[in-house]
Design a protein around this ligand. Structure first.
Ligand code: NAP
Length: 300
């Protein structure tokens, strides 16, 4: 088993610079495993053929833009889907075993793992800015497995926020979901956690609306999933208001660690991995922080 050569990777189209190889290569090395994590460009029109053939030659892969929903739909027909990924309707991690593909979505769990260290969220109240792919994964996980009490959603295009609210309500978890067409109508009264799941705060993308920033008062935990830059305008404003903050690279490492642990579940006998006292998440966070210190534009 230890002679095994692990074949892992990430599929997408086009693939810009991705930080996933940095994290997974560090994890393989720390565990003393031989193997590789490759960037694999798969065009949308080639996706089905790739899943039927090339995917079977590797042990597991991550899925990024634009394939997360298409892989989910393919697995619905021809593979297996973990219940959380099924509720989200998108897959970011696939395990390949005995010629069969199983799909997972590690974004929501990765997000929550990093929040739960700071905040007990069961029954809590969350404000979510954004309703795109990452926001959906977070919202489904928080309203489902975590069991938050209420969720407020603001999105630039309100219809997408309404779609997300409908999706959450259709899953049937007991959470009060409210959609706000205007950011000026959003009150932070009673909110425990504010999450930015839009690109606002990235260079050139604009900033979180002042109507939100001005209401921060130290009572909220503020999570910005943007990781480049790490200290966004939201994180800076939240720190000034004495809010606890969580920065985006924490979620990136945590969702990566979840994926790595899914692929290596059997190898590690279902037990958590610790190398020199560090978890896979910590090993990946260190590798990520090193990579993010390099002066360049990164994605993924
Ligand atoms: P996505 O599916 O394209 O969704 C983008 C969301 O942001 C949509 O709700 C969109 O609103 C909103 N948005 C875009 N530009 C905006 C603007 N100028 N003003 C207000 N809202 C705007 O993208 P995603 O995959 O969810 O990613 C969202 C952000 O999260 C990105 O910055 C990405 O890098 C980051 N991310 C981080 C992690 C991590 O692990 N840390 C993981 C995934 C994503 P509309 O519907 O109105 O267009």
């Amino acid at each position: 088993m230890d002679d095994k050569y692990w074949k892992l990777g990430i599929i997408g189209w086009p693939l810009g610079y991705s930080l996933s190889p940095v994290m997974h290569t560090a994890a393989l090395k720390a565990c003393g495993l031989r193997g590789e994590y490759r960037e694999i460009e798969v065009k949308p029109e080639e996706l089905e053929r790739w899943l039927e053939t090339k995917a079977l030659e590797i042990d597991g892969f991550n899925v990024t833009m634009p394939h997360k929903e298409a892989v989910y739909l393919w697995l619905k027909r021809s593979g297996e889907i973990n219940p959380v990924a099924d509720d989200i309707g998108a897959v970011n991690t696939v395990r390949v075993k005995d010629g069969r593909l199983s799909g997972y979505n590690t974004d929501g769990r990765g997000f929550y793992d990093t929040v739960s260290e700071k905040l007990e969220l069961k029954g809590g109240n969350v404000l979510l800015l954004g309703a795109g792919g990452a926001a959906q994964a977070i919202a489904v996980y928080l309203t489902g497995p975590v069991g938050i009490g209420s969720l407020k959603i603001w999105n630039r295009h309100v219809e997408k926020a309404r779609d997300l609210a409908r999706k959450i309500n259709s899953i049937g978890n007991p959470c009060r979901v409210q959609v706000f067409p205007k950011v000026s109508d959003v009150s932070l009264e009673g909110i425990d956690l504010v999450v930015n799941a839009t690109p606002l705060g990235m260079r050139g993308e604009g900033e979180i609306p002042q109507e939100v920033l001005s209401q921060l008062n130290g009572k909220q935990v503020v999570y910005d999933i943007v990781y480049e830059p790490r200290d966004t305008g939201l994180i800076t404003a939240a720190t000034q208001k004495q809010c606890q903050t969580i920065t985006g690279e924490k979620m990136l490492a945590a969702q990566g660690a979840e994926a790595f642990e899914i692929w290596t579940d059997e190898w590690r006998g279902g037990k958590p991995i610790r190398v020199d006292g560090k978890s896979i998440r910590e090993i990946m966070t260190d590798a990520l922080e090193d990579a993010l210190r390099q002066p360049r534009v990164a994605r993924g």
